[in-house]
Each structure stands twice: as C-alpha cells, then as structure tokens.
Design a protein around this ligand. Sequence first.
Ligand SMILES: Cc1ncc(COP(=O)(O)O)c(C=O)c1O
Length: 377
Amino acid sequence: MKPIFVTQPYLPPLEEFVPYLEQIWQSKTLTNRGPMHQRLETQLCEHLGVEHISLFANGTLALVTALQALRITGEVITTPYSFVATAHSLLWNGITPVFADIDPLTLNLDPRNIEDAITPQTTAIVPVHCYGTPCDIDGIQRIADNYNLKVIYDAAHAFGVKRDGQSILKAGDLSILSFHATKVFNTFEGGAIISPDAKTKQRIDHLKNFGFVDEVTVVAPGINGKMSEVNAAFGLLQLQHIDRALARRAEIDAMYRARLDGVAGIRLLQQPLPGNTSNHSYFPILVGPNFSMTRDELYHLMKEQGVHGRRYFYPLISEFPMYRHLPSAQPGLMPVAHEVSRQVLCLPMYPALTDEEVNRIADTVRYAATVQRQAAA
Ligand SMILES: Cc1ncc(COP(=O)(O)O)c(C=O)c1O
C-alpha cells in the first residue's frame, strides 16, 4: 500500500509558477528587496492583518535576528516542548535558555511556571504557539509587564491563527513565522518577523542585510537573512491557494475527530474557542496509559501499515546534549512536558490527503486499540 507520510508540501500547479519566473528573468533582480519581495511583504500584511513584516530566508534566522533586534542577553525563559530551533536561536546569541513546564491542555509554556524561573539575569520570554494553538497571551504579558521582560513569540506554526478576530502575531514585542516546506504556508524555505512599528522593522531589515544602512554604512554585525525573489514569488502564488488549502485541512481535522473521538486512551487537543481561527497545521494525538499499547508501539505498528506519523516533540529540547546539563533541564522540574513528549504522535496532515487516506489512518489507530485488547483477552 502507498506509504503516507506525516506531511507533504503544498505545491500549486507548476504552470502557474512559470509567469512569476518569467518576471524574475525579465527584472534580473534575484534578491535584495526585489519587486517580488516587496509585493509579498505587502500582501502578507494584508492577509495576516498585521502592519509590519520582514521576510527572511528561514524561521531560524528570523528568531536569531529577533533576539538581536531587541538586544536580548542573559537568560531567556522558554518551552522545552518545541522544535530545537527555538532554543538554538538563544545559543547562537550567547543566551542561556531557562526551560519551564507546559500547560497540560494547550501544551504551551504555562504562565504559572514562568515566575519561578525568573532571575536577575532574565531579560525575555520566548513562548511557542505549539501546533498553532495560541499561548495564554494575556497571562504571559502580565508577567512580562511586572518584571519588565520582552516577549518574542515563536509563531512558526501559527500562520493565519486569530484570537477574537485579531491576528495572534501582534502579541508580545515580536513574532516570528516559518515558511518551511512542511508549514501551512511555504516558500520552499522562508520565514518572517512581525514588528509593531516601522522603526523596529527598519532595524530588523538592517540586521538581516549584514547591518547595512546604506552603501557605505554598517551599523551592526548583521547576518545574511534575506529571502530571494524566487522564494518570494512562490509565496505570492501560495497566497492564491491558501484559503483552499486551509479549508481542506479543516475538513481533515473534522474527519479525524469524528473517527477518533472516544477511542479509549487517545486524547485529542481541544478545538479552538468560538471566535478563534485555527490553521490545523498538525493533528497530534496523545496516547495515554489507558490505550492498548504504548505510543512507541502504536508508532511502529502504524509504520508497518505504511502510515508514518511523527513523534513531535520527542525528545524534548531539554534532553539534547547541548541543553541537558542546564539546571532547568532536570526532568523532575517539567513533569507535564516529559509525559506529553512520551505520549504524542502527530498523524499525517496535509491538504492533498484524500478522505480514503484519512479513514485508513484513523482505522489503523482504531485497529491498534482492538487488536491488543483481543490479544490480552
Ligand atoms: C516551533 C519552530 N520554531 C522554529 C522553526 C524553524 O523554522 P525554519 O525551519 O524555517 O528555520 C520551526 C520549524 O522548522 C519550528 O517548528
């Protein structure tokens, strides 16, 4: 049977991309804020409902630059339950990550655990809207205001997510996005920083271009974080298709929920509250102790059946060698993150999945539940 992988990048018809390439060939501008880049910034601002966006070559460079733009130093409180780039961006800036445990329902940094992690060296909080589920933005902001800390959201998963009709990308001091091939909106590789004002955007634009302000003036040791014209052009085309892609993701989400709700031992994440918009970027299930087998047994059984889920996020960032020596990385300090990381399995989720494939995947989980029970009986 045809293998099904956890994701498949969304690719519009190739012939639709050719006219964009022809324009690039005509303009002979391949990068450095070319016309495609400028159009994509404008269109993304409109689409996302934000005012200032800076495009990047990828989300990791956006994170590294966001920390530099706000001159973050010392210690930063973050979640262990994320992709490694969240913490790596801190190390690239010589900052010490301080991990704090997550909320068992949202799987995002739990504000109740942030305050205990604050020391005189703390300068910022870097929370992640994991799977596109909004963090407790108000709770985090209250702490940041009390302790005079900056907040940079890793919103790599949160393209198009809204809370009470407002983009969550406006929360905190800065937010970053990833447009990696596996993301809801992709530019092959790509990313962005959302800024609250033109001055901050300008500083970020300098930092992503080696620190150049004009031909002869360099004001900071900036990096090359620029997005090329080809990537920006692909983004413009993707925007034409994004509503359809998101609608299909919502259908798949609903099908999974209908088939898996009530399977003993399987927990699904909560649906967004009314008034909030989800992007259905992932479909994680939590395999609890009441399920007939462990998460890893289910993962391998599904693989044998050609369904390749992924254990995002396992191991935790705090378990990797460059982090596990940190005092905040001790497993006993983060019981929720450790438990979730050993229970989570992300099921395949991408617009091209057919109804038959979604049913096949859900049936594999349901089958796993019954097989073991019969074997045990
Ligand atoms: C939560 C999170 N942060 C940061 C990144 C890094 O983004 P990029 O791959 O575009 O560098 C990713 C994904 O790749 C991610 O999932």
